[in-house]
Design a protein around this ligand. Structure first.
Ligand code: SF4
Ligand code: SF4
Length: 207
């Protein structure tokens, strides 16, 4: 019985709502959710998720920290804003979903192999280098993110589209070398460094 109680307490941490309020973008809104289900019903992808938004908010209030932060669901949000325009309580649902994903990432709890998370990281590394996306490099890194064999396979599957893009001038095979970053790349890096410092200062998580 003692063990059961301990595991239940572990599973339902009642201070998780406070933690979300303190650390997640717009997290202070979660307590306003009245569980009507309109957001989940309006979400074009909700039925395919493990936990649609309404359920995520219920789980936060129930203190199911691990399940929420390790969930793939927040990473599937496409920012279509259907939920926001329909929520009778006007919760900024999209921002909370992204805020939760970001917080899980900062804590190292986000699902490592989630494709959205991996894309976000590759995209960020790419754009942070020069201040502008190098499209060819980005595509190559995405194609080969699961290894050489899988990259070649994906390339062969998409070859017709690639050839079409080459013909219409939408793909520059020399783009890797011809890529021009922003004029003031040093300034961009300085700005990002400052943003990281500010972010680090904010890392006094209430966990
Ligand atoms: S629509 Fe708004 S109030 Fe209703 S469940 Fe979703 S977040 Fe909660
Ligand atoms: S913004 Fe995200 S959570 Fe809201 S309806 Fe669209 S996909 Fe679903």
């Amino acid at each position: 019985m003692g063990d059961l109680n301990t595991s239940m307490i572990e599973k339902y941490r009642n201070d998780f709502l406070k933690e979300v309020e303190a650390n997640v973008e717009e997290g202070q809104w979660v307590k306003m959710c009245m569980q009507c289900g309109v957001c989940s019903g309006s979400c074009p992808l909700g039925p395919s998720w493990e936990h649609p938004p309404q359920e995520i908010f219920m789980m936060i209030r129930a203190g199911r920290r691990d399940e929420v932060l390790k969930s793939e669901s927040m990473w599937m949000c496409t920012s279509c804003y259907n939920c926001i325009v329909r929520c009778p309580r006007e919760l900024p649902i999209t921002h909370i979903m992204h805020g939760l994903a970001n917080y899980a990432h900062r804590l190292g709890l986000a699902p490592k192999m989630n494709p959205t998370r991996r894309f976000a990281k590759i995209f960020w590394d790419n754009i942070a280098k020069s201040g502008r996306v190098n499209e060819l490099e980005l595509s190559m890194r995405l194609y080969f993110m699961d290894g050489f064999k899988s990259g070649v396979q994906k390339g062969l599957e998409m070859k017709d589209i690639g050839i079409g893009m080459l013909k219409t001038g939408r793909l520059n095979p020399f783009g890797l070398f011809a890529h021009k970053g922003c004029k003031d790349i040093k300034g961009i890096h300085k700005m990002l460094k400052k943003a990281y410092e500010i972010e680090d200062r904010k890392k006094g998580f209430v966990a």
